[in-house]
Write a protein that binds this ligand. Structure first.
Ligand SMILES: C[S@@+](CC[C@H](N)C(=O)[O-])C[C@H]1O[C@@H](n2cnc3c(N)ncnc32)[C@H](O)[C@@H]1O
Length: 328
């Protein structure tokens, strides 16, 4: 494992192209990105307009059962969250995208669903243009709330997160050729043996082009990704340091899908609720510049393990566990 380095200069060069970050000291940096220990609202307000290609994030949800990092209750959620979104809109380039992973919630004490995440989507589609809604299916979700799902058995597992994709304009940059999926066996057969153009029972005319090999299948807006990370370097490193792993991480492949789909190499991506910095690590591996904000220092310390080459630490070493400066 690589050593962590104390940085001499702050912000990596690709980010200096968008802003000098004066007055904002990163907690650590890499060749392409910077993680800040900060309330993201402070940062968002200070950043220059039209500077970002993608904002992708998973904010604290309005859960009935509180997470350790604090969640706003459903009644206050929209008032809390909308000011962040207004700033995000200002910061996006005209062709930029805002991707928001948001889980559902239950009304406390009864087997009734909250509608806050739908209301949020409706409110945001007045601020932005709703490019498309995605459904992230996580087959590994636990059967909760236990009372309704596992004990009384009157509801089923809630295994879907809504992932809202908004554009600042009607045409955010996107290219589905960058996220093609392997063809199914039947489609492979069809390509091999040719397709006879015909009218479907639905009335749609399917032309011979349908049987053409385009290098892969166009993905649907349903992304099935089991969130089952159990033996990653991130988790091992957290255990070694005695740091509690972040309790609500999203999977790398979810972030990777949108980064591939909506950005190009060299673009700038922000995650204002960075947690364990999955966003930064994915962007680093895909050669995008990135900015992450996170309030909780433990989460940031754990996130250092996500970077192959050892990020550059710009904080005084006294504020960090000594072990971070040894070989990891
Ligand atoms: C759902 S978690 C994000 C997890 C992250 N996507 C990951 O995969 O590790 C939300 C995070 O937002 C952080 N947070 C909440 N309010 C914040 C704020 N105003 N500024 C920065 N971070 C904040 C919380 O500490 C928490 O770690």
């Amino acid at each position: 494992m690589p050593k962590l380095h104390q940085a001499t200069s702050g912000i990596p060069e690709p980010l200096q192209n968008i802003w000098d970050f004066a007055g904002f000291q990163p907690y650590y940096t890499t060749g392409l990105g910077a993680a800040f220990h900060i309330d993201s609202m402070e940062m968002l307000k200070a950043m220059p307009s039209s500077s970002l290609d993608l904002v992708i994030t998973s904010p604290p949800f309005a859960l009935t059962r509180k997470k350790e990092y604090g969640n706003e209750p459903v009644e206050r959620y929209l008032d809390w969250f909308m000011p962040f979104c207004s700033e995000i809109k200002r910061l996006l380039k005209p062709q930029g995208s805002f991707v928001l992973d948001i889980g559902g919630a239950w009304v406390p004490g009864v087997p009734v669903r909250s509608t806050y995440h739908f209301e949020l989507g409706v409110m945001l589609s007045r601020e932005f243009f709703l490019a498309q809604e995605f459904y992230w299916v996580n087959p590994a979700k636990l059967p909760t709330p236990a009372e309704w799902v596992a004990v009384r058995r009157i509801r089923v597992k809630d295994a879907v997160n809504l992932v809202w994709w908004f554009g600042k304009t009607e045409y955010p940059k996107a290219d589905n050729r960058k996220v093609l999926q392997p063809y199914s066996e039947s489609m492979k057969n069809l390509i091999r043996n040719g397709y006879k153009a015909k009218k479907r029972p639905s009335g749609h005319d399917i032309s011979e082009h349908f049987g053409k090999d385009n290098g892969g299948a166009i993905p649907p807006n349903v992304l099935t990704i089991a969130n089952t990370e159990s033996n990653s370097r991130y988790l091992r490193r957290c255990r070694e340091l005695g740091i509690k792993a972040h309790p609500a991480r999203y999977p790398e492949s979810l972030v990777g899908f949108f980064v591939d789909f909506l950005t190009d190499k060299g673009d700038v991506v922000l995650d204002p609720f960075g947690g364990s910095n999955v966003t930064g690590a994915v962007c680093e591996s895909k050669r995008r510049s990135w900015i992450t904000c996170e309030l909780n220092l433990d989460y940031l310390n754990g996130s250092l393990a996500r970077f192959e080459d050892g990020p550059l630490l710009t904080r005084p070493s006294g504020s960090l566990p000594e072990t971070l400066f040894t070989e990891i």
